[in-house]
Design a protein around this ligand. Structure first.
Ligand SMILES: Nc1ncnc2c1ncn2[C@@H]1O[C@H](COP(=O)(O)OP(=O)(O)OP(=O)(O)O)[C@@H](O)[C@H]1O
Length: 573
């Protein structure tokens, strides 16, 4: 039986939460013992002063050394085990969630843009850094403060009182630091993120910037934005440095205070000299988590917010798709009352489209700009979720289809061909371990084999930033080879001839004919009419509605003269 779609995401979140909570409980148990063992040194001092110095007994000293050494050895092991526990927690979480977050981020970037999805990947990394860092332990350490306080009260109530007042002062200073820096820090971080986003976005258009002399104006904007960020950071740094100096000084003063109280008590012979030194050490240990309490708390809040973002992304934004592969099919493509309105908009771009195509049919889609052609293409390949209605391939909903098996069924050449960082072979083979036979077959079918052979490293030529730059036509033809790699059952080509010369167009028509002979359903979207001679059927899309649909010759004969997009089709008939 198939599991309900989306339940895998909920399971993953649940498992991640469980692993974190059980790991934290284990770390808390270890922390309990570790904190007790941290009393080894002060207790050793106390005993040395009170027993060894007074009795001058080296036997007692040796016994104390042995006991302390055993306690410290156990401390060392447990401290290491606790660090390992955090590391295992972090790596389990990242291993489980890496792929789902990446998948969800890709889906989210289709609908919400790249910024949000990039943030989710950063969030997961932040959670990992938080778990393996020191601040995760702060609340666990603070839990043991009452024990240290109890020991100090047990040594003398005045030690306890000084410690209690000191802890309160340190906590107040820590809260004050948070109050004075939190807002400015948040604004500085947001401004810095925005700056980096703007700069990296603009660098993608370096040619246009350079050619049209936009650099001075852009540099002025970046400079102003960076100065603003720097001002905010300066404010936070000044305030937090001042408060951390004050806190540290207070801590030293409090240790002097406890030592002074101890000295008075020793003079009055109310406590032993050993207890004076021991109380100073315990006090330092007690104040440590209070010092980092607010920072630790802030890190916890940030980590919880990051976890919430990751859960939201996986649970809500990721498409609720089937998790089991669907077998390869040869059936019809059916579009049923398809309506699509972009997120946040009530105005549909596509208004109730219905049509169907049989295996081996080639459909050409024409229409004026902004008619909804590319939006329809994205719905046909199951990238975008329909608002209502659906697209079905052999009865299976293309949006809900498990992505791995659907990818084998489908080829897509987007309007803006985007080749990925990697070799030409990697790109044609869709970044999988390339099967050379299939890569060659796709390249031959797209008629790019010779062209690739002329490149410096052939199929091993690397594409990406700072590497080999292909022409627009070369990119489009390699994109076509990628779309038809593995002989998919449905191929959607959005403006496949936009950058092609006559030879390229002829090769494209040959590729479409080969796909048709193979029983593949091909959908062609084009403004340039020459390619439409390869189509069996034509659809004219206008303002999100099908105004014409049928065999190519029939549609062409019924088109009213004067319509721009349709005149283009007539030219091809
Ligand atoms: N995610 C979205 N958010 C807002 N508007 C959108 C979204 N997707 C599509 N649109 C709008 O839908 C309309 C159709 O866009 P589409 O890209 O499908 O047109 P097209 O027919 O392919 O145009 P062209 O021939 O110029 O490529 C446009 O007005 C576009 O702004």
């Amino acid at each position: 039986m198939k599991r309900p779609v989306g339940s895998e995401a909920a399971d993953l979140i649940q498992q991640g939460r469980k692993a974190f909570v059980s790991g934290l409980a284990y770390a808390a148990a270890l922390s309990a013992v570790i904190n007790m063992l941290q009393l080894t040194v002060p207790l050793f001092m106390l005993q040395v002063h009170d027993r060894v110095v007074n009795s001058q007994s080296t036997d007692t000293l040796i016994m104390l050394i042995v006991v302390a050494a055993i306690a410290l050895a156990i401390y060392c092991i447990l401290d290491y085990v606790r660090a390992l526990t955090y590391q295992v927690m972090a790596s389990k979480l990242v291993r489980r969630l890496n792929l789902p977050v990446l998948q969800a981020a890709v889906s989210a970037s289709v609908t919400h843009g790249v910024a949000q999805s990039g943030q989710a990947i950063r969030d997961l990394n932040d959670i990992r850094t938080f778990i393996v860092g020191n601040t995760i332990s702060v609340p666990l350490e603070a839990l043991w403060a009452p024990i240290f306080l109890g020991v100090l009260f047990a040594l003398h109530w005045l030690y306890g009182l000084v410690a209690l007042v000191s802890a309160t002062i340190i906590l107040m200073l820590s809260l004050l630091s948070d109050f004075l820096t939190r807002r400015a820090m948040k604004r500085a971080n947001e401004a810095a993120l925005q700056n980096v986003g703007e700069i990296s976005g603009s660098l993608r258009h370096a040619e246009a910037i350079e050619a049209m002399g936009m650099l001075p104006a852009l540099a002025g904007r970046w400079r102003r934005a960076q100065l603003h960020t720097q001002d905010l950071l300066d404010v936070t740094t000044r305030r937090s440095r001042a408060l951390s100096s004050l806190t540290r000084t207070c801590r030293y003063m409090m240790q002097i205070a406890v030592l002074s109280v101890g000295a008075i008590l020793v003079i009055r012979q109310e406590v032993s000299p050993g207890s004076m030194v021991a109380s100073s050490i315990i006090m330092g240990r007690l104040l440590l988590p209070f010092d980092s309490m607010v920072d630790g708390w802030r890190q916890w809040v940030l980590a919880i917010a990051a976890w919430k973002n990751v859960c939201d992304l996986i649970g809500n934004q990721a498409p609720k798709r089937e998790t089991k592969p669907t077998p390869r099919t040869m059936g019809d493509l059916t579009v049923d009352r398809l309506v699509y309105a972009p997120p946040g908009s009530d105005v549909p771009v596509l208004k109730g489209l219905s049509f169907s195509l049989s295996p081996g049919e080639v459909l050409g889609i024409v229409g004026p700009s902004a008619a909804g052609k590319s939006t329809l293409a994205r719905l046909l390949i199951g990238v975008t979720k329909p608002t209502t209605g659906g697209v079905y391939l052999d009865g299976n909903n293309v949006y809900l289809w498990e992505r791995g098996s659907f990818g084998d069924m489908v080829g897509y050449l987007p309007q803006n061909v985007s080749l990925l960082d990697g070799t030409i072979r990697d790109n044609i083979a869709r970044m999988r371990d390339a099967d050379p036979r299939l890569v060659l077959e796709a390249a031959r079918l797209a008629d790019v084999h010779e062209m690739i052979g002329r490149l410096p490293l052939g199929y091993d030529t690397r594409l990406g930033d700072g590497t080999y730059a292909l022409s627009g036509g070369q990119r489009q033809r390699i994109g076509l080879a990628r779309a038809i790699y593995g002989r998919p059952r449905l191929v959607v080509l959005d403006e496949p001839n936009a950058n092609l010369d006559t030879d390229g167009e002829r090769a494209l028509i040959r590729a479409i004919e080969a796909l048709r002979a193979d029983g593949t359903i091909v959908i062609l979207i084009a403004h340039r009419p020459s390619i439409m001679q390869a189509a069996d059927k034509l659809m004219v899309l206008q303002e999100g509605r099908i105004s014409q649909f049928g065999p190519r010759t029939a549609v062409v004969s019924t088109i009213s003269p004067g319509e721009k997009a349709i005149a283009a089709v007539r030219g091809s008939a």
